[in-house]
Design a protein around this ligand. Structure first.
Ligand code: EPZ
Length: 429
């Protein structure tokens, strides 16, 4: 199994190109099931989760063509996928495929909307919490589907097609909002989603669906209205930049010191995280090419942060912020409000000599002047990258094991960091 070896102590200086957002690319690919015409997606990141979803969609009969490189193209520009679901030959998403990636459960929405039936394996638990799908099921039932659970599968039917409805989410849910949005595009009549997630990835998917002929308004606000249409068409869409990758590298630069241009990043996608970085002592300068981040001469100041749905501080940057705070000049408090068990990195950060105390949903981090390199491993992808961030400043060698989590969500991580002066390499086998 591949590992990543880091020797800490180098400042980061240079340019890091930001890839397309994993959490937009996945639902956009799934949205390709809604039409029998070709959906072309540009700037799709080359990630293990994208490859896995290609296999899952392939199982339904979707043809996906990945366009080759053109002269002058750079690898970091992402790939272009041509997704054609002209013939859906199978409406079952089996356990073997769905269990590997939670977001693949979302195929239930377009299958039900277009084929009026779907049989999708329950995604099961995950290292960051119980992560149920009750709200997704509620939304589909509101739209008129009949759902039963049998043998670990959700069996969904809507013989006459889905019907528009009012959907009230008791809790803000990204997955629930994606599923309701996709299903409602082909439902008869009007759907209103209340307490919808406002994440930029929802807006990106809604923009693409509108280009496909859907009639969606209000995406990015808590109330989304969808007028159902009979059919959707193909289109071409560019995946928005990854705000979590952006925030991760911004935290890494704040951690090591130095000066890095995050090329292609969009500051409005992660303003709350940038505000926290400024509070922590980093200099953040939005410019025409993205965001420039630096920290020179000043120490890292402690912060108190709670995760929250967008536009709040993202749970997907919580582990990285915790790594940063391990070397702050005082005590920080980080409260996780989205996932009840997203603290698996705490024990691993302790291997570097970090001093973190957990009390329910809140971690207290007492900054220490020095971290020391250690062998570490993590159980989810954001936790894994927090260990990389710690390794970049830790004295001596850090070996990050089980890095397949990193490959699920960070494109060419070690190349991007070593180009900015980090001593980091992948060790195969
Ligand atoms: C998405 O997960 C992201 N995944 C996650 O990113 C991200 O952490 C999360 O949103 C929150 O921003 C993708 O976009 C592929 P939710 P999702 O539905 O949609 C509860 C990463 O590292 N809930 O917003 O699964 C749930 O348990 C990943 O890239 C229910 O109770 O998250 C959680 O506490 C990890 N019932 C809260 O809602 C349900 O039916 C928010 O979950 C659904 C969710």
């Amino acid at each position: 199994m591949d590992r990543i070896r880091i020797v800490g102590g180098s400042k980061l200086n240079g340019t890091i190109p930001i890839s397309g957002a994993k959490n937009a690319a996945l639902p956009l690919m799934i949205a390709g099931l809604l039409t029998d015409e070709t959906l072309i997606l540009d700037n799709v990141p080359r990630l293990a989760d994208v490859a896995q979803l290609q296999r899952i969609l392939g199982n339904h009969g979707v043809d996906i063509m990945s366009a080759g490189k053109r002269p002058g193209d750079h690898e970091y520009q992402g790939q272009t996928l041509h997704i054609s679901a002209a013939n859906i030959i199978d409406t079952t998403a089996p356990y073997e495929l769905v269990s590997k990636m939670r977001a693949s459960f979302w195929v239930i929405a377009p299958l039900l909307a277009r084929m009026h039936e779907a049989k999708v394996s329950l995604p099961g638990g995950c290292a960051i919490g119980t992560r149920p799908v009750d709200l997704l099921i509620m939304a589909l039932e509101k739209l008129g589907a009949e759902l039963t659970i049998d043998g670990g599968y959700v069996i969904a039917k809507a013989p006459g097609g889905l019907k528009g409805a009012e959907i009230d989410f008791a809790k803000v849910t990204v997955s629930g909002t994606h599923v309701a949005l996709m299903a409602a595009t082909l439902a008869k009549g009007t759907t209103v989603i209340n307490n919808a997630a406002c994440e930029p990835e929802i807006v990106d998917v809604a923009d693409c669906l509108n280009k496909m002929g859907a009639r969606i308004s209000g995406a990015g606000t808590p109330t989304i209205t969808i007028e159902g249409v009979a059919k959707l068409n193909g289109t071409r869409h560019t995946v928005l930049p990854d705000r979590i990758e952006t925030g991760t590298y911004a935290m890494a630069v704040a951690m090591t010191g130095g000066d890095v241009q995050l090329s292609g990043a969009r500051p409005e996608l992660l303003q709350s995280a940038l505000d926290v970085l400024v509070e922590a002592g980093a200099t953040v300068t939005p410019n025409n090419d993205g965001i420039r981040i630096s920290r020179n001469g000043v120490g890292i100041k402690p912060v108190n942060v709670s995760t929250a749905p967008f536009p709040g501080f993202p749970t997907d940057l919580q582990a990285q912020l915790m790594a940063l705070m391990t070397t702050a000049t005082g005590s920080s408090h980080i409260t996780e409000t989205i996932f009840e068990n997203r603290f698996m990195h705490v024990q691993e950060l302790a291997r570097f000599g970090a001093r973190i105390h957990l009390d329910g949903e809140t971690a207290t981090i007492d900054g220490t002047a020095k971290l020391r390199g250690a062998p570490v491993m993590a159980t989810d992808l954001r936790a894994s990258v927090s260990l990389v961030i710690a390794g970049l400043v830790a004295e001596g060698e850090t070996m990050v094991n089980r890095i397949y989590h990193l490959d699920r969500g960070f494109e060419r991580l070690e190349e991007k960091l070593s180009a900015c002066g980090a001593t980091i390499e992948r060790i195969s086998g």
